[in-house]
Design a protein around this ligand. Structure first.
Ligand code: 3PG
Length: 307
């Protein structure tokens, strides 16, 4: 029987697993669950005789892909696919897909949620500040960036965006001001929300030059990836500027240094939480299961990443 593995170090909500199971079993396939596993060896064992796998941020490298002797398809239930070794999958003839947009509202709500909590001093009784009339720069206007814009407008923020891959008119039709360069975005906006993927072009790209140009009371919000930040530069800015704040859904490597020296000027979730809602789990999980069924039954390659 065709086997579909769900390998999630950070498990989906049970309602999402139910939905995935329904899609997989109605197609006549078998569902295998590997949740909260603790070693790559366990992942390798579980994938050994499966035809398809659904992952989240789970490290799906050459070792794992090669362990999947019958593997035909990997679907990343989510947007970013920096956890998957695409060349290794391509070399083995394995199709890799993601499920763009399915968890984007959840991530956007977390970005704004962290901003509100920080602006109100995490509700500690002291006077805080408001988001209304503040300028927010959205760095990359994909599905998450678009949702951040929509919610930020609800707060009455002035919304700006920069994305070299999205047409100006597509940004401006959302009532968002499109800026011509990344430098302009950072020097214009006191809040910057990051939505770039992690790849060879973007790694370490958020550097001293960009961060030091931000206006007074700068807040950098990262619900993207830790790797895009040049942490040495970020720590230097923290030393130079007492008004600089970093809110992140991914813990930095130098967390201890932030904790020791910069109390009250940062917030880090203990685990990546942006997409961790029942709704996002249901949307991304069921989309992933449906894409697997459509691929295995009908050869549908929509959302394939390794063409
Ligand atoms: C994504 O790229 O879709 C988000 O970062 C969510 O990742 P997660 O599924 O591991 O929470």
């Amino acid at each position: 029987m065709t086997k579909v593995l769900v390998a999630t170090d950070k498990p989906f909500a049970s309602i999402a697993v139910k939905g995935i199971r329904k899609v997989v079993e109605e197609a006549g396939f078998e569902l295998i669950l590997l949740e909260g596993y603790t070693s790559q060896d366990d992942f390798a064992k579980a994938i050994a005789d499966t035809d398809a796998v659904i992952v989240r941020s789970d490290k799906t490298d050459k070792f794992i892909i090669e362990a999947g002797k019958n593997l035909k398809i990997i679907v990343r239930a989510g947007a970013g696919f920096d956890n998957i070794d695409l060349p290794a999958a391509t070399a083995k003839g394995v199709c890799v897909m993601n499920t763009p947009g399915q968890n984007s509202n959840a991530v956007a709500e977390l970005a704004l949620g962290m901003m509100v909590c920080h602006a109100r001093n995490f509700f500690n009784g002291k006077s805080g500040s408001e988001l209304q009339d503040k300028k927010i720069g959205i760095h990359a206007y994909g599905a998450v960036g678009k949702n951040v814009a929509r919610i930020a407008k609800g707060f009455g923020m002035e919304v700006y965006a920069f994305d070299p891959f999205v047409k100006k008119e597509d940004i401006e039709k959302d009532g968002v001001k499109c800026l011509g360069s990344v430098d302009e975005l950072y020097r214009t906006c006191s809040y910057v929300s990051l939505h770039i993927p992690s790849n060879s072009q973007t790694k370490l790209s958020i550097n001293y030059k960009l961060l030091s140009s931000m206006p007074a009371c700068a807040v950098l919000v990262n619900t993207a990836r830790a790797e895009v930040i040049n942490e040495t530069d970020l720590l230097k800015i923290f030393g130079d500027r007492k008004d600089f704040v970093y809110l992140s859904d991914v813990e930095p490597t130098n967390k201890a240094e932030f904790e020791a020296n910069f109390k009250g000027r940062f917030f880090f979730t203990p685990k990546k939480m942006g997409a961790q809602t029942e709704e996002a789990n249901v949307n991304a999980g069921i989309a992933a299961a449906t894409q697997i069924v459509n691929f295995l039954k009908y050869g549908d390659r929509s959302f394939q990443l390794n063409k």
